[in-house]
Design a protein around this ligand. Structure first.
Ligand code: PEP
Ligand code: MN
Length: 360
């Protein structure tokens, strides 16, 4: 695949005057639930109705999807509402059924993208299809693996391709369910400007009150669309309850989002600026996060010192840290003065934390 800038894609052919919107429940649960949500999404910005039919669950024993019967409900959605339909496929059998029931858009889930065997099986099953096929990023932040999956589909002569950015797993708990690592999506966009990229704020955040902000960042970074899990009764959803929004909230979100329409000349400048700003925001969040972690560790040291009745301030240790950080800072282009000021502030906060613990 080469980096050609002027290709017309399936998305351009849709001639939308707003970002593409894919919405619908994490899982199809019942025919009534599916149809209710779909009807609530008529005459909104929603272009595709999503519903998971086969659900990849991290642990066994949870709801694993209604299976093929849900495809009939999706057909009904199309007949009754005119919305196009979308679902996840994870093997050849899913593909065959989804094609048989004429699902319009298929996506490969994050847990499948990690497996070249599975992706190849799906690509072979879809060979030459006109359906739109979107590839979610793999659960691990590996751009080559993500692109590799797209390449397998491209090689199978599947022309209507795109990607979905749904964030990445981490061992450490963060405020995200799956951290966005925006820079990876930005890199992908700059390498493949003609590959439509859709953001999935639901699986990135895991929480419905964070969805708006992630949508806005995605649009500021020139994403082409959004996939938002939408449920008529989110709290009672059979999967991903905390992150689903009601159709009414989705409509409000779409109304509040700032969608910047810019000329080509403005685009380049704005693009670069907003990409850099999103990176700065992300790094600032990481800084706060990491400082919080440092203070937690410092608290644990405070508790140890208290047990041993040792003084909070240990000058030797502190001088060693400072010397090391000045050298490391220099290697990263940070002035000695800055590193000194920064670490004095960190040290002071650390002492305050430990004193609180020792004197408690
Ligand atoms: C989903 O879209 O419901 C889903 C299972 O997503 P992911 O593959 O991103 O975990
Ligand atoms: Mn889900």
């Amino acid at each position: 695949m080469e980096n050609s800038k002027q290709m017309r894609t399936w998305l351009d052919d849709m001639k939308l005057d707003h970002p593409l919107v894919i919405a619908g429940p994490c899982s199809a649960e019942t025919e009534e639930q599916v149809l209710k949500i779909a009807h609530d999404l008529i005459d909104t910005d929603v272009n595709y109705f999503r519903a998971g039919i086969w659900k990849p669950r991290t642990r066994p024993g949870m709801f694993e999807g209604v299976g093929a019967i849900g495809l009939k409900w999706l057909q009904k959605v199309k007949e009754e509402t005119g919305l196009k339909t979308a679902t996840e496929v994870a093997n050849r059998a899913h593909v065959d059924l989804a094609l048989e029931y004429d699902v319009d858009l298929l996506w490969i889930g994050a847990r499948s993208t990690v497996s070249p065997f599975i992706v190849q099986e799906i690509a072979d099953a879809l060979e030459g299809t006109d359906k739109i096929v979107l590839v979610k990023n793999p659960v691990n932040p590996d751009l080559a693996l993500w692109l590799g999956a797209v390449e397998r589909l491209h090689t199978a002569n599947i022309k209507n391709l795109g990607v979905i950015h749904r964030g990445f797993s981490t061992y450490e708990k963060t405020k995200y369910r799956n951290i966005p690592e925006w820079q990876m999506a930005v890199e992908l966009q700059s390498k493949f400007p003609d590959l439509p990229i859709i953001n999935d704020p639901s699986h990135i955040t895991g929480k419905r009150d964070m969805i708006f902000d992630v949508c806005q960042t995605a649009l500021d970074l020139n994403f082409d669309g959004l996939m938002v899990e939408t449920h008529n009764d989110p709290d009672q959803a059979w999967s991903d309850a905390a992150q689903q929004v009601t159709p009414a909230s989705l409509i409000q979100i779409m109304k509040d989002l700032k969608i910047r329409k810019v000329t080509d000349e403005e685009m380049d400048y704005n693009n670069k600026l907003s990409q850099l700003r999103a990176q700065i925001d992300m790094i600032d969040n990481q800084l706060i996060d990491i400082l919080g972690k440092r203070m937690k560790t410092s608290d644990q040291i405070g508790a140890l010192k208290k047990q041993r009745n040792v003084a909070v301030l240990q000058t030797n240790r502190w001088n060693t840290i400072l010397g090391k950080m000045i050298l490391e800072g220099e290697a990263k282009g940070l002035s000695e003065e800055f590193v000194l000021r920064l670490f004095k502030a960190i040290h002071q906060e650390s002492i305050n934390h430990q004193e609180k613990i020792v004197n408690a």
